[in-house]
Design a protein around this ligand. Structure first.
Ligand code: SF4
Length: 592
C-alpha cells in the first residue's frame, strides 16, 4: 500500500511543517512506501507568478465596486507583475543580488503598511540590507494578499486559508455550505497541483495533516476532489486541530470527505490502519451512517525512541520563502530561515499548568530518548536538508536534557544553531545558559503568563517572578534571545493585577532580559485542568450543550470580570512599543 502524506494550505512558508516528515520517517522505517507533499508552499509558489497575477488583475478589473485602495493597486498592476517573480526568487534565497535594490524604500509604491526610512534604519542599521529587503518584500506580499482577499477569494491570507470560517465551528453546516460552492481561483490552482501529484504518486491512501483551523477547509476541498475523481483511494485526517477540537464529534457528515479520523500521535493508529492490525484511536462511519469509535481511549503508542528520524525527502525541492513581518529579531525566527524541526522529548515534563491541555497526550505523556539518539537524528537531518539550524518544537524542553544536548553537540564538535521552548525555572543557571549558548542555542521562548504572584500560583506554573527574572537574566547574559508568552483575562485576575503584570514586563524589557513578548487572551479549554475543574481557579462553567462538530473552548463566569478588549489593546500597544525599545518612561497605567 502506498501512502501520500499532505500538509494542506496554508501554513508557515519558510520551512516544512514537521508532521508529515515525522510520519514519513516512521512509515519508511517500517518498510512502508510513503511520500509527502507540502501543498501550502506549492500553492504559494504557483500563485505568486506573473501569469497568475495577470489573471487576478484581469478578474479584479471587471469588478464594479472596488475600494479606493484596490483601485490604486490595480493602477500599479504593472509594478506588481514585473516585481513578483524577482521578489519570490529573492525571498527563496535564489537571488541575493537584489537585496540592495529591494532595501530602498523608493523602489516600492507607496503603501500605508510601509515604515519610514528612520524606522527602517533603527531596525536594520545602515548595513542590514538583506533583512531590510526581506521585510519590505514581506510587506509587499501582504499588500498583494489584501488585494487577492478583497477581490478574488475572501478566504485567502498569507499563512492561513479560510481560518475565520473554521476558527469556531460548533456545527459542520457552514463549512459544508462553503464546500458546496464552485471552486475559487485559489481552489482551482490548489487542486491542479494536487491532481498532478496524485497522478504521479498513485497512492492507495492519502492522509491530510490538519494542524490548525486554517488548514481544514483546504484539506476537505482536496478530499472532496479525491472522492469524486479517485473513489478507491482511502482518505484519513489527523493533526493538532483534530486532536483538540474534534474529540466529541457526533455529526457524521465529515465522513462524506474522509474514511477515517485518527487521534493523537499518528504513528501507531496509521500503522495499524495500513497493516490491518487492531485499530486504535480511529473513527469511521458505519454502513448505517453511525460514527464508530474504535479504541478511542487507547494509550498505546510507539515509544519516542522508536519513532524514527523525520524524513524531509520530497520537500527539499520546494522554494520555501523567508518572511520578516515584524522587525523584532526574535519574532523573525518564526518566519525567517529553513529550520529543521524536531522534538528533544515527547510531551511536557511539568504538565500541570491549569490553562494548558494537560489531559491530552501531546502534553501529558512525557518520554525521553537517549541523547546520543537525538543527536544522531540531528546529524541525519542535517545531511538530508543541508541546513544546520534546528527549532526544537518541544512544549517545554527540560533543563537537564538541554545540558546533555549541549555537551553532546560540543563533544561531537558540531556547528549548529537552535532554539526551543522552556519553563523559566531556577535550573537555568548562568553556567547552563553559557553552555547552551556555546553549543549553538540562539533563542528560547517560555511562558511567564500573568506576571502576578497570586495568579502564577493559580496557574500552577511552578515558577515565581523572581526565578523567572533570574533565568531570563542568565539567558540574556549568555547572549540568548528570549521571547515571553504572556496571558491576560485569567479567572479572578483584577484590573490592578493586569496593570502590575505589565509593569513587570516593562521592567524585563528595559533591563534587556527579554527581547519579545506576546499577550494571549486566556481561553478555558475542555482539556485543561481549569476547564475540567473550574472551581480550582475560582470560575464557574456557563452550561452549554456539547456541539456536534468542534468543541474546545468553554464559556465561564468569574468574579472581577474586566473589559478584556480594553485591557488587551493597552497591553499589546505597550508591548509593541517595548519591543521597538520605546515607551519605557510612560507610566504603565497610561497605556490603558
Ligand atoms: S504551559 Fe508549558 S510548562 Fe505548562 S504544562 Fe503546558 S507545556 Fe508544560
Amino acid at each position: 500500500m502506498k501512502i501520500l502524506l499532505v500538509t494542506p494550505p496554508l501554513t508557515q512558508l519558510n520551512t516544512p511543517y514537521p508532521a508529515t516528515c515525522h510520519l514519513m520517517g516512521f512509515l519508511r522505517s517500517k518498510g512502508l512506501e510513503a511520500d509527502q507533499m507540502d501543498l501550502s508552499i506549492e500553492l504559494i509558489q504557483a500563485l505568486f507568478t506573473r501569469a497568475k497575477l495577470e489573471e487576478i488583475f484581469q478578474m479584479a478589473a471587471s469588478h464594479t465596486h472596488l475600494s479606493k485602495q484596490n483601485k490604486i493597486t490595480l493602477q500599479q498592476s504593472n509594478f506588481f507583475l514585473r516585481t513578483i517573480e524577482p521578489v519570490m526568487r529573492f525571498l527563496g534565497g535564489k537571488d541575493s543580488s537584489l537585496a540592495q535594490r529591494f532595501s530602498e524604500l523608493d523602489f516600492w509604491p507607496q503603501s500605508k503598511r510601509f515604515p519610514s526610512d528612520e524606522d527602517l534604519e533603527w531596525a536594520f542599521g545602515l548595513l542590514g540590507n538583506h533583512d531590510r529587503a526581506t521585510h519590505l518584500c514581506t510587506l509587499f506580499l501582504k499588500d498583494l494578499c489584501d488585494f487577492i482577499q478583497q477581490t478574488t477569494d475572501a478566504h485567502f491570507e498569507l499563512i492561513r486559508y479560510a481560518e475565520s470560517l473554521c476558527l469556531r465551528l460548533p456545527e459542520f453546516d457552514p463549512l459544508q455550505a462553503e464546500l458546496q460552492k464552485p471552486h475559487s481561483l485559489i481552489d482551482k490552482l490548489m487542486l491542479d497541483i494536487f491532481e498532478k501529484r496524485v497522478n504521479e504518486c498513485k497512492p492507495d491512501m492519502v492522509c491530510f495533516s490538519i494542524p490548525f483551523p486554517g488548514n481544514l477547509y483546504s484539506g476537505l476541498r482536496c478530499a472532496q476532489w479525491l472522492r469524486d475523481k479517485h473513489p478507491t483511494i482511502k482518505i484519513a485526517l489527523g493533526g493538532g486541530y483534530v486532536n483538540t477540537e474534534l474529540r466529541s464529534l457526533s455529526d457524521p457528515t465529515i465522513f462524506d470527505y474522509t474514511d477515517y479520523i485518527l487521534y493523537d500521535d499518528g504513528e501507531l493508529p496509521l500503522l495499524r490502519l495500513i497493516t490491518g492490525g487492531e485499530m486504535i484511536r480511529t473513527l469511521y462511519r458505519s454502513e448505517e451512517g453511525e460514527i464508530v469509535r474504535v479504541n478511542f481511549n487507547s494509550k498505546e503508542n510507539m515509544p519516542f525512541s522508536e519513532i524514527g528520524t523525520p524524513d524531509y525527502d520530497g520537500l527539499l525541492q520546494n522554494n520555501y520563502i523567508n518572511l520578516i513581518e515584524l522587525t523584532n529579531p526574535m519574532h523573525a525566527l518564526w518566519s525567517n530561515g529553513r529550520w529543521n524541526k524536531m522534538m528533544l522529548a515527547h510531551g511536557c515534563y511539568w504538565g500541570k499548568c491549569t490553562f494548558c491541555d494537560g489531559s491530552l497526550d501531546y502534553i501529558h505523556r512525557f518520554e525521553q530518548a537517549p541523547i546520543g539518539l537525538i543527536v544522531d537524528r540531528m546529524e541525519t537531518i542535517m545531511q538530508q536538508t543541508g541546513q544546520s539550524g534546528f527549532h526544537f518544537v518541544d512544549e517545554a524542553a527540560p533543563p537537564a536534557l538541554l545540558r546533555k544536548l549541549a555537551e553532546e553537540i560540543m563533544r561531537r564538535k558540531l556547528t549548529v544553531s537552535y532554539w526551543t521552548n522552556v519553563r523559566f525555572e531556577k535550573s537555568f543557571s548562568p553556567e547552563l545558559c553559557y553552555l547552551m549558548a556555546q553549543s549553538g542555542c540562539i533563542a528560547i521562548s517560555g511562558g511567564l503568563e500573568v506576571a502576578s504572584p497570586r495568579i502564577l500560583q493559580l496557574i500552577n506554573k511552578g515558577i515565581t517572578i523572581e526565578t523567572a527574572r533570574e533565568s531570563m537574566k542568565n539567558f540574556a547574559d549568555a547572549g540568548i534571545m528570549t521571547h515571553a508568552y504572556l496571558m491576560y483575562g485569567f479567572p479572578t485576575e483584577t484590573a490592578q493585577e493586569t496593570i502590575d503584570s505589565l509593569e513587570v514586563v516593562r521592567g524585563l524589557f528595559e533591563e534587556g532580559y527579554i527581547q519579545s513578548a506576546f499577550w494571549h487572551r486566556y481561553a478555558m479549554t475542555m482539556h485543561s485542568p481549569s476547564g475540567l475543574h473550574p472551581e480550582c481557579v475560582g470560575a464557574k462553567h456557563i452550561p452549554i450543550e456539547t456541539s456536534p462538530f468542534a468543541n474546545n473552548e468553554i464559556p465561564f463566569s468569574t468574579p472581577h470580570e474586566i473589559d478584556l478588549e480594553y485591557y488587551g489593546k493597552g497591553l499589546n500597544l505597550a508591548t509593541y512599543n517595548y519591543m521597538q525599545g520605546a515607551g519605557y518612561d510612560k507610566k504603565v497605567k497610561d497605556w490603558f
